[in-house]
Design a protein around this ligand. Structure first.
Ligand SMILES: [Zn+2]
Length: 122
């Protein structure tokens, strides 16, 4: 059984790694600054490869930012003394789940419920 302080260390390390990756990606260029919506040069054929590279990078940055948000949220919960408890129902999150995903903020049941609702909304 992993102590929550160990998970806290894992989360802190995870956060540092995510920040580093984001910095590297951002150093490659400023996707948001380069992206001109509705620009007069907005023809799809031109620079399509470049655009898709940019898209991929944007998606990656977005994913990293989402992960970073989750990790930061978990760290905040740790500091608030609510780490390991479900955001939704307040019940303790399964230990095995926390070991697999230290940044998990929902218990399995609420997570499943959320997935169901998201699916239904589409
Ligand atoms: Zn729950």
């Amino acid at each position: 059984m992993i102590e929550s302080v160990e998970l806290y260390e894992i989360l802190k390390k995870e956060k540092a790694e995510l920040l580093e990756k984001l910095e590297q990606l951002r150093a490659l260029g400023q996707p948001s600054a380069e992206r001109k919506e509705g620009s007069p040069y907005g023809k799809r054929e031109e620079g399509a490869d470049e655009a898709s590279e940019l898209e991929k990078r944007l998606v990656l940055v977005q994913r990293l930012e989402e992960s970073l948000n989750e990790v930061e949220h978990a760290l905040q919960k740790y500091e608030a003394g609510t780490y390991g408890f479900c955001d939704s129902c307040g019940q303790p999150i399964e230990q095995g789940r926390l070991e697999a995903i230290p940044q998990a903020s929902l218990c399995l049941r609420c997570k499943a419920q959320q997935a169901k609702e998201t699916k239904g909304a589409r």
